[in-house]
Write a protein that binds this ligand. Structure first.
Ligand code: CTP
Ligand code: ZN
Length: 176
């Protein structure tokens, strides 16, 4: 378990996560190893889990904080996925749903790496086009490719737009 030093640190870190100094509350416990996805727009945590294909059935250890007060965002969600790092494809789709997300790689309780997600100009092979008449829906050897817009993505073949709100994207995410 955490020693006293670690508990101090937890409290201090958590102060940064909350607004108005509610530092006595540690909402979601620290993890030992894994990935913390921080600064996800409030209410989108389950969408993010859906996109990552995490539903608990594989025994994944996941903690979720939803609509936690935040300085940077009005309300944010935080996901802590133990013993797992994210692939490039997963990060790309995550960037479409949560452009302000911070990825923290945690090793032995320490944040070993921290970076923002990057929005690519295009994504290939991670989303499928919902238009049944799209060339990507047939048997052609075409990799579904979308231009990344400010709000959502657009199929380069047929122009179909998937909204950024998350529901759309998570329904059509096709990773790994
Ligand atoms: N975290 C965790 N387990 C750890 C270490 C950190 O769950 N062993 C979480 C923290 O609770 C926080 C995130 O990972 O949600 C980032 O940790 P840290 O960089 O220490 O916090 P901040 O400095 O507040 O992060 P930022 O500056 O990105 O807001
Ligand atoms: Zn299309």
């Amino acid at each position: 378990m955490n020693g006293p030093d670690r508990d101090d640190r937890s409290e201090r870190d958590d102060r940064g996560e909350t607004d108005g100094g509610h530092d006595h509350e540690l909402r979601v416990t620290k993890i030992r190893d894994g990935t913390v996805i921080d600064h996800v727009p409030g209410g989108l945590a389950l969408t993010v889990l859906g996109v990552l294909g995490i539903d608990g059935s594989a025994g994944e250890v996941v903690s979720v904080g939803m609509n936690v007060p935040s300085d940077r965002l009005d309300r944010k969600d935080v996901l802590k996925i133990e013993n797992r790092e994210l692939t490039r494809d997963e990060l790309d789709v995550l960037s479409l749903i949560a452009p302000a997300a911070t990825i923290n790689i945690v090793r032995e309780y320490n944040v070993a790496g921290k970076h923002r997600v990057e929005r690519p100009e295009q994504v290939s092979g991670v989303l499928s086009c919902p238009n049944p008449d799209c060339i990507t829906a047939g048997n052609e050897p075409v990799v579904p490719t979308f231009d990344v817009l400010e709000e959502g993505v657009r199929c380069v073949y047929c122009g179909t737009i998937l909204g950024a709100e998350g529901a759309d994207l998570s329904e059509h995410a096709d990773i790994g």
